[in-house]
Design a protein around this ligand. Structure first.
Ligand code: HEC
Ligand code: HEC
Ligand code: HEC
Ligand code: HEC
Length: 183
């Protein structure tokens, strides 16, 4: 009888572990960095999303934290080096504060606010067969961003914030695929 209850409790322990580890929650996907998107999203006839991002201020969000203006902003808050301060990095790099295990070796913080800041961590949706199926891609972590995605960072907690108009700001970073009839 004793042997049986040991086996039973072992079985229950395993069942509990399995129940809590599968399926992975949205938060479990890993970050791969922009190169992992560039390989498929830089063709001019499909909108060259990588090029558009590279030309945007988001690509410089980490570098900006070393500018004289950033140092001034930091100084006013008693921060010596904004590039090392969580008060600044939380909105100026992708995935700040997450466990190191969530970042693949191809990720670098120097990429600033990259694709995955808005579209979600890409390791599990980047495969072409998943990418071509929007429902599957979303299940694997792809986010189609909207205004709420932006206002996580574009809000009055930003020391240089003035205002945020979604239509206007979206125009400045837009990277549509011209082959898709506009919805
Ligand atoms: C292996 C190639 C490949 C990789 C790598 C890849 N994609 Fe895609 N992606 C596609 C294809 C194919 C589509 C389908 C539409 C198209 O042809 O552009 C797509 C569609 C998308 C869409 C539009 C979804 C929709 O239907 O509105 C987004 C957003 C997107 N990808 C983001 C990303 C991001 C961010 C990364 C990097 C983390 C990435 N992709 C990596 C091939 C890829
Ligand atoms: C809540 C998110 C958030 C935090 C926290 C944050 N920033 Fe920013 N930062 C932004 C956003 C969004 C922008 C672009 C629009 C704006 O100015 O609000 C920006 C822009 C900037 C700019 C460029 C301003 C310009 O006019 O070109 C500097 C410099 C800057 N931030 C420095 C800092 C420093 C230094 C810290 C830490 C003390 C910090 N930020 C913390 C979100 C944030
Ligand atoms: C994870 C944080 C974050 C998210 C999410 C985010 N941004 Fe930003 N954004 C920033 C930071 C930081 C800057 C400033 C970068 C710099 O100047 O170096 C910025 C700058 C910009 C700029 C340039 C500012 C200007 O006045 O020209 C535009 C435009 C912009 N963002 C639009 C958007 C839109 C639209 C969205 C949502 C679809 C969005 N952002 C989502 C952090 C974010
Ligand atoms: C600041 C946030 C932000 C960043 C950074 C960003 N995107 Fe997007 N992306 C958006 C928004 C917003 C849309 C439009 C969503 C919609 O259809 O309403 C979009 C749409 C797309 C689409 C679909 C285009 C279409 O017309 O079907 C693709 C593909 C895409 N992004 C890929 C990328 C890739 C690759 C990167 C990095 C190189 C990237 N995005 C960086 C916010 C962002």
């Amino acid at each position: 009888m004793k042997g049986f209850s040991v086996v039973l409790s072992l079985f229950l322990a395993v069942a509990v572990v399995v129940a809590f580890s599968v399926p992975a929650t949205a938060a479990d996907h890993n970050y791969i960095g922009v190169k992992g998107c560039k390989m498929c999203h830089n063709a001019p006839d499909k909108g060259a999303q990588f090029k558009a991002w590279e030309a945007s201020k988001h690509a410089k969000a980490y570098a900006t934290l070393a500018s004289p203006q950033a140092k001034e902003v930091g100084k006013a808050k008693g921060i010596a080096n904004p590039q090392e301060a969580k008060e600044c990095l939380k909105c100026h790099v992708t995935g700040y504060g997450l466990d190191a295990s969530r970042f693949e070796a191809t990720y670098t913080k120097e990429e600033g606010i990259s694709c995955e800041s808005c579209h979600g961590a890409g390791k599990d949706y980047k495969q072409v067969n998943i990418m071509k199926d929007l429902a599957k891609a979303k299940e694997a972590g792809l986010i189609i961003p909207d205004e709420k995605t932006c206002t996580k960072c574009h809000n009055s907690e930003s020391p240089t914030f003035k205002s945020f108009n979604y239509q206007e700001m979206h125009k400045k970073i837009a990277h549509p695929n011209p082959q898709k009839a506009k919805k």
